[in-house]
Ligand binder design. Structure first.
Ligand code: GTP
Ligand code: MG
Length: 273
């Protein structure tokens, strides 16, 4: 990583922040940082060994921000090296590869590792999280769509960006939003501003959409036991319809989830005497 030259000195207004990158090996964490700091892309995979450290200076409004970037290795082998670097972070880049579902599913365990290592310091409200759905240039191998990624991120109060370290898509916008949110948080006494986490839908709605997407059959989708009565199916349907109706629910994926629930109910009622 190379550092940018300082733009100006103003000790009163300058801020020092620490950010880390997290996510499975090979999802593109180092390339995203390299694309931003050095404006280039390296197609060859050079695994990060433990931690890579760099500093960059950015300007957010009237403040100069000195950003210390700790780029973590995603490979489980380096757990012992990276675990001590979680503490005192103001920002986290959570990266997955849109062509690898396991790397998306792993985001929860990355958050889990972070919470565990931070121990009593684990105040997630004082950290800005950005989720990068990376490698969007590889459209043919994409398996995790935007709605799914956005839902996971926004239901937790995290930002969501689609990025490609290869083409540069989304990279500058993502870092600008990242640094500007960290600055807002620091100016707000170290708490993530409330407006930012208010996304217009509830965690119950987000969790229900996620459950519907991964349900194995129509019974499972409606949350009733196989062989349930018409009344039970209708009752479960009404509850979900109220929760997910597109007029009332703005969560990403709510429209598809609502349609799936309508179809599940129709197909079940056809077969129940
Ligand atoms: P670890 O350091 O092992 O945790 O991996 P990492 O997440 O830092 O991955 P890295 O940035 O080294 O990239 C892994 C591979 O993916 C490299 O071969 C990159 O060239 C490639 N890669 C990274 N980002 C992109 C992208 O946006 N598009 C494409 N097509 N390839 C990418
Ligand atoms: Mg790396």
């Amino acid at each position: 990583m190379e550092s940018n030259p300082p733009k100006r000195r103003d000790s009163k207004k300058s801020l020092r922040v620490k950010v880390i990158s997290l996510g499975d090996a090979e999802v593109g964490k180092s390339c995203i940082i390299k694309r931003y700091c050095e404006k280039r892309f390296v197609p060859k995979y050079l695994a990060t060994i433990g931690i890579d450290y760099g500093v960059t200076k950015v300007q957010v409004r009237d403040r100069e921000i000195k950003v210390n970037i700790f780029d973590m290795a995603g490979h489980p082998f380096f757990y012992e090296v990276r675990n001590e670097f979680y503490k005192d972070s103001q920002g986290v880049l959570l990266v997955y590869d849109v062509g690898l579902r396991e790397s998306f599913d792993a985001l929860d365990s990355w958050l889990g590792e972070m919470k565990q290592e931070m121990g009593s310091q684990a105040n997630m409200d004082s950290i800005v999280f950005i989720v990068c759905a990376n490698k969007v240039d590889l459209t043919k191998r994409r398996v995790v769509d935007e709605g799914e990624g956005r839902l996971w991120a926004e239901s937790r109060g995290f930002h969501y960006f689609e990025t490609s370290a290869q083409s540069g898509e989304g990279i500058n916008e993502m870092f600008q939003a990242f640094f500007s949110s960290i600055t807002d948080m620091c100016e707000n006494g170290g708490k993530r501003p409330v407006a930012e986490v208010s996304v217009g839908f509830t965690k119950e709605q987000a969790d229900t959409i996620r459950r519907i997407r991964s349900s194995k059959d129509s019974w499972d989708m409606l949350g009733v036991k196989p062989g349930a009565t018409r009344e039970e199916v209708n009752k479960a349907y009404r509850k979900l319809a109220v929760l997910l109706h597109p007029d009332k629910c703005v969560a990403p994926g709510s429209e598809d989830a609502f349609k799936a629930v309508v179809n599940a109910r129709t197909s079940l009622l056809k077969n129940i005497k």
